[in-house]
Design a protein around this ligand. Structure first.
Ligand code: FAD
Ligand code: DHB
Length: 391
């Protein structure tokens, strides 16, 4: 088999890249180790930046999102139960965010990929990028026990944090910058109406809490927990009691309790690997970087990477210029680092850290109170939240 771009991974990065390339008439094949049901079943991100929304609309993929997604013009912060609002739309000159789950985005991307004949090989085992530093790269995998091979011009490693692509860059070249946080997020989904029509990011003495949603009838709540927390120790009632306490009485009065149908713990990590290109291999999305979820940047960063990568590849095939390809890593990383900063900062002012003393907690409270009264500080949050420009 031969194609121009071999894409490893059919998550948001890989699938979105395939759509972008398909629109430009550039041949691509996706190799994915799982099946569609598994990918669509993974409960992950919930908030789309304006940039991501614009891209989905531009690709003609915004139909269901437009009908079922919730446009949010503001977001809320709480300090020990006291809430204030940040008017994102007003502060950014009209941008908003969209509450539309990653599962829904994936469903729309897969449905449209099937109609457009985008080639995806599911259940590909032992996928290996080969000869990435040479002039004839290829990818091998096993399908029903048989070894297969895909020759290509370039390989896009969109295989997430635990994928194989990043490991193909020699250790002498690859640099990793990392921070692992001493806590995780315990999240639940329940078919109950949200406590508030907007998201509430809460800093509480007992730890962070987030009131989010998927629709007017489906709520998503998170609480900060220990990394080694045992899910069995968190029956629904205990979760509801704790989230209500951290959100504070004003919000708790509106928390509608109900049985959770999903409950999981996600660890928090900041990580960036540089460069995002080595020879014929490009990394995009979680394969190259991870952010803590505070601020909902993970999925959106993956989308921005593949916008840059698709532009570079299109330029290469249409004009023969390699300049876009050569600048991909630096261009993507410049934006990645800003999103890393935002996610790290938002995490640092909202979570309880084990080593925190009275002074550190006072600093968090002072920073949040400063935000409450400062248009400049609120603008910083708002412009990051809707997504920084794609420069
Ligand atoms: P992924 O979504 O990880 O996709 C990679 C794909 O590659 C997968 O389909 C995988 O099966 C496939 N793959 C992996 N290895 C191989 C291989 N060797 N061969 C072939 N295929 C392979 N972000 C937010 O903004 N908000 C959130 O609330 C949030 N919650 C999250 C919770 C969890 C548990 C996790 C793991 C992530 C969460 N994220 C969240 C982050 C967000 O979901 C990711 O940033 C986003 O999915 C990145 O997309 P991606 O395509 O780069 O990687
Ligand atoms: C959600 C997740 C986030 O990380 C965030 O900042 C906002 C919302 C969510 O899953 O709904």
């Amino acid at each position: 088999m031969r194609t121009k771009i071999a894409i490893i991974g059919a998550g948001p990065a890989g699938l979105m890249l395939a759509h972008l390339l398909q629109r430009e008439g550039i041949d691509a094949v996706i190799l994915e180790s799982r099946d569609r049901d598994y990918i669509e079943g993974r409960v992950r991100a919930g908030v789309l930046e304006q940039t991501t929304v614009n891209l989905l609309e531009r690709l003609g993929l915004g139909g269901r999102m437009g009908r079922e997604g919730l446009i949010h013009t503001g977001t809320k912060l709480a300090i020990d139960g006291e809430i204030f609002r940040i008017d994102i739309q007003e502060l950014t000159g009209g941008s908003t965010v969209m509450v539309y789950g990653q599962q829904e985005v994936m469903r729309d991307l897969f449905d449209d990929a099937a109609e457009r004949g985008i080639k995806i090989i599911f259940n590909a085992a032992e996928v290996r990028p080969r000869e990435v530093a040479g002039s004839r790269p290829y990818v091998t995998w096993r399908e029903n026990g048989t070894e297969r091979r895909l020759d290509c011009d370039f390989i896009a490693g969109c295989d997430g944090f635990h994928g194989v692509s990043r490991g193909c860059i020699p250790k002498t070249v690859l640099k990793t910058f990392e921070r692992v946080y001493p806590f995780g997020w315990l999240g639940i989904l329940a078919d109950v109406p949200p406590a508030n029509h907007e998201l509430i990011y809460a800093n509480h003495e007992r730890g962070f809490a987030l009131a989010s949603m998927r629709s007017a009838t489906r709520s998503r709540y998170y609480i900060q927990c220990a990394v080694d927390e045992n899910l069995a120790d968190w029956p629904d009632e205990r979760f509801w009691d704790e989230v209500a306490r951290r959100l504070g009485p004003e919000t708790a009065a509106h928390v509608v309790r109900g049985p959770s149908f999903e409950k999981s713990i996600a660890p928090l990590r900041s990580s960036v690997t540089e460069p995002m290109r080595h020879g014929k291999l490009f990394l995009a999305g979680d394969a190259a970087h991870i952010v803590p979820p505070t601020g909902a940047k993970g999925l959106n960063l993956a989308v921005a990477d593949v916008i840059f990568l698709a532009e570079a590849l299109t330029d290469f095939y249409q004009s023969g210029s390699a300049s876009g390809i050569d600048h991909y890593s630096a261009r993507a990383l410049a934006r990645v680092w800003k999103a890393e900063r935002f996610s790290w900062w938002f995490t640092s002012i909202t979570h309880r850290f084990p080593e925190m003393d009275g002074f550190a907690r006072k600093m968090q409270v002072a920073e949040l109170n400063y935000m409450r009264g400062s248009r400049a500080a609120q603008t910083m949050l708002a412009e990051n939240y809707v997504g920084l420009p794609l420069q």
